[in-house]
Write a protein that binds this ligand. Structure first.
Ligand code: ADP
Ligand code: MG
Length: 278
């Protein structure tokens, strides 16, 4: 199947697929599909190719980690995959929907209703209760507050008794569990997690990763997580390694030790290349 994203496009052009155009159906069962995704910053000789041709197909109900040296394109990748940034070329399909030609409003709507996000910094609203924070995606998506749904996801993350508290009254690990509940409340097609354990100690990090694992195994969630921590990545089904804006291999069910060894090799190689270029 040839996707229109494979065409060459001038840098920074708005992708030419108009919203609402009938599209070839995506591959069934895929939660995330990227084809030929490129993202370049700047033009000409100074252009930085943050993503230099990314192809990816993530089945539903899988947990994938993305690792790579600093500057390898992890953040740009996650932003493009989650509809927060527009690729310079290529196509992104989420839950079978082509998002490449969507307007900002359509993207916002899609993110609110069909994607979940967990960030390093929790990003809870301090003036709202835990329950209200969890309900927020439902409200933003135009639904009525659903206390039963909020209570159900809070129970799933082990915080049923904290519904009336405010985030500031909870530990960091508990706050991140609230963020996980908030990410799951809409039963999203994909949960995007950007260094979700970056601000947590090892014990609470393990709790949060266990929750993400549980969401995949028992709730059928799909999780795509960027991390620099091999121990966190070891919770994933598969680790994808990014180097210089392209995928440079993967590991299935790797231990933290094996993942760390691959990262060390990748970082050394990237440093050598940078040394040659300098
Ligand atoms: P990572 O998250 O792996 O550290 P990034 O995706 O943040 O990598 O960055 C990839 C490359 O793109 C780096 O070379 C970075 O300097 C560059 N880059 C990222 N954002 C911008 C931007 N807004 N403008 C210019 N260059 C950028
Ligand atoms: Mg980054």
């Amino acid at each position: 199947m040839r996707l229109r994203g494979g065409k060459r496009r001038k840098a920074d052009d708005r992708p030419e697929v108009p919203a609402g155009t009938p599209e070839l159906a995506g591959t069934p069962g895929l939660a995330v599909e990227l084809r030929g995704v490129r993202r370049q910053y700047g033009r000409g000789e100074r252009a930085v190719h943050a993503l230099a041709g990314i192809d990816l197909a993530l089945p539903r109900s899988t947990f994938t980690a993305v690792m790579g040296p600093s500057g390898s394109g992890k953040s740009t990748f996650l932003q493009c995959a989650a509809g927060l940034d527009r690729p310079s070329a290529g196509s992104v399909r989420l839950g079978g929907t082509e998002i490449t030609g969507m307007s900002e409003n359509e993207l916002t709507e899609l993110r609110r209703s069909r994607l979940g996000f967990v960030f390093q910094a929790f990003n809870l609203l301090p003036s709202l209760t835990v329950e209200q924070n969890v309900q927020l995606p439902l409200r933003l998506a135009g639904h009525r507050p659903d206390r039963r749904r909020a209570a159900a996801v809070l129970a799933q993350v082990g915080l049923a008794d904290k519904a009336r508290r405010r985030p500031g009254e909870l530990s960091g690990g508990q706050q991140q569990r609230v963020a996980v509940a908030r990410a799951l409340v809409t039963t999203p097609d994909v949960v995007f997690a950007d260094e979700p354990t970056g601000a947590l100690d090892t014990g609470t990090a393990t709790e949060v990763l266990g929750l993400l694992r549980h969401a995949v195994d028992t709730l059928g969630a799909t999780v795509l997580m960027v991390t620099h921590d091999p121990a966190a990545a070891a919770w994933a089904d598969r680790v994808l390694f990014l180097a210089d804006g392209v995928f440079a291999g993967s590991l299935e069910r790797g231990s933290a030790e094996r993942i760390a060894a691959r990262m060390a090799a990748l970082t050394a190689r990237t440093d050598v290349m940078a040394g040659v270029a300098a």
